[in-house]
Design a protein around this ligand. Structure first.
Ligand SMILES: Cc1cc2nc3c(=O)[nH]c(=O)nc-3n(C[C@H](O)[C@H](O)[C@H](O)COP(=O)(O)O)c2cc1C
Ligand SMILES: CCCCCCC(=O)C(=O)O
Length: 351
């Protein structure tokens, strides 16, 4: 049998679907309810056209950015995704090795199946994603663990007052990890606590969080410009425009459609990051041209991991880097930091 060449992120998606247990493949692929936002995250990029410039005499593109104090080799980071050991036995440790090799930031999920200390030991620039837990003393102990492990920022996920409803998981009755796999960051005196979500959290809890850590706090899951303004007013170090990869509230707009209003509301006071639907270098360019400092990838990382562990994640990241560089060259831009909205032809009435 000939092994197909994996040339792009979608090739990795197809290959991963062949390798993963079908229940786990659905967990990684799925979105909330009718998966309208899940699909929109990708198709909204396709409706934006690029209007390249020519004869601009630019050097080979500079892809580097400063990501909230972490210098990165490209404006692409690893968004937090749970349960990597469902995709590969080495799980998040393999993912972290690939992030380190790529010279970019990995956001370790609170629901990681490898402990944050072991993930950090792989040498990547690491941020820690947090779901506030109703037991604030326990939350504080997790933050202290992440900080002691060397995490450089906390990423507070704010779009999850309750779990999203994933009908694919419900059909499979997939509600707990297989034997032997645990959320290793939830260990407490030998027990593994369940991750809880609560609608009772509010902006005052952000103040609490800032009072117990010196790490920058980044808010993930901002879609409304008024929340972006509140984030700035409450001292957030950055916001991530995200609909959780279409896994929380279905029929929210694609992340890319929510981006411009958030960028306007923030007015340059803090960096605006984005994730959701990034599958091509052209998607990265479009998000940066609309004001994002960098973009995150969620599922593509898991697909790479499923296909070939850390090497697979590296391959996915290098495909995106090469596509980004190629797009910049064809668009006439010498740096990711030069990108402007004039490069884009936006669909009428959508932005
Ligand atoms: C399988 C899976 C697990 C995820 N787990 C988390 C998580 O634990 N915490 C979180 O904040 N976001 C989580 N997300 C959302 C991602 O961080 C990110 O917002 C999303 O995947 C981006 O969309 P993309 O997959 O199209 O790149 C998860 C997404 C997926 C697909
Ligand atoms: C029981 C742990 C819940 C982890 C949540 C993972 C997540 O955010 C997802 O979208 O899946």
């Amino acid at each position: 049998m000939t092994v197909p060449k994996l040339l792009n992120v979608r090739d990795f998606q197809a290959a991963a679907a062949q390798i993963l247990d079908p229940v786990h493949a659905d967990y990684f692929a799925g979105g909330a309810r009718d998966e309208i936002t899940l699909a929109e995250n990708e198709t909204a990029f396709d409706r934006i056209s690029l209007l390249p410039r020519v004869l601009r005499g630019r050097p080979a593109p500079d892809l580097t950015v400063d990501l909230v104090g972490s210098p990165t080799s490209m404006p692409i980071f690893l968004s937090p995704t749970a349960f990597h050991r469902l995709a590969h036995p080495e799980g998040e440790a393999a993912t972290a090795r690939a992030a380190a090799a790529a010279g970019t930031v990995m956001i370790a999920a609170m629901a990681s199946t490898v402990a944050v200390e072991e993930v950090a030991a792989q040498g990547t620039a690491l941020w820690f994603q947090l779901y506030l837990q109703p037991d604030l003393a326990f939350t504080e102990s997790v933050i202290q663990r992440a900080a002691a492990a060397g995490c450089r920022a906390l990423v507070l996920t704010v779009d999850s007052a309750v779990f999203g409803s994933h009908e694919r998981d419900n059909r499979h009755d997939f509600h707990q990890l297989p034997d032997g796999l645990h959320c290793e960051n939830m260990r407490d005196a030998g027990e593994v606590r369940p991750i809880q979500m609560s609608p009772e959290f509010s902006w005052k809890h952000l103040r609490w969080l800032q009072s117990v850590t010196d790490l920058p706090v980044i808010l993930k899951g901002i879609l409304h410009p008024d929340d972006a303004i509140l984030a700035v007013e409450h001292g957030a170090a950055a916001v991530i425009v995200s609909n959780h990869g279409g896994r929380q509230l279905d029929t929210t707009p694609a992340s890319i459609r929510a981006l411009p209003a958030v960028v306007r509301a923030v007015g340059g006071r803090i960096p605006v990051l984005l994730d959701g639907g990034i599958r091509r270098g052209t998607d990265v360019v479009k998000a940066l041209a609309l004001g994002a400092t960098a973009v995150g990838v969620g599922r593509p990382v898991v697909w790479g991991l499923a296909v070939d562990g850390g090497k697979g994640v590296s391959a996915v990241l290098e495909i995106l880097r090469a596509e980004l560089e190629h797009t910049l060259l064809l668009c006439g831009y010498g740096s990711v930091r030069e990108l402007v909205a004039g490069l884009l032809l936006l669909p009428p009435g959508e932005y």
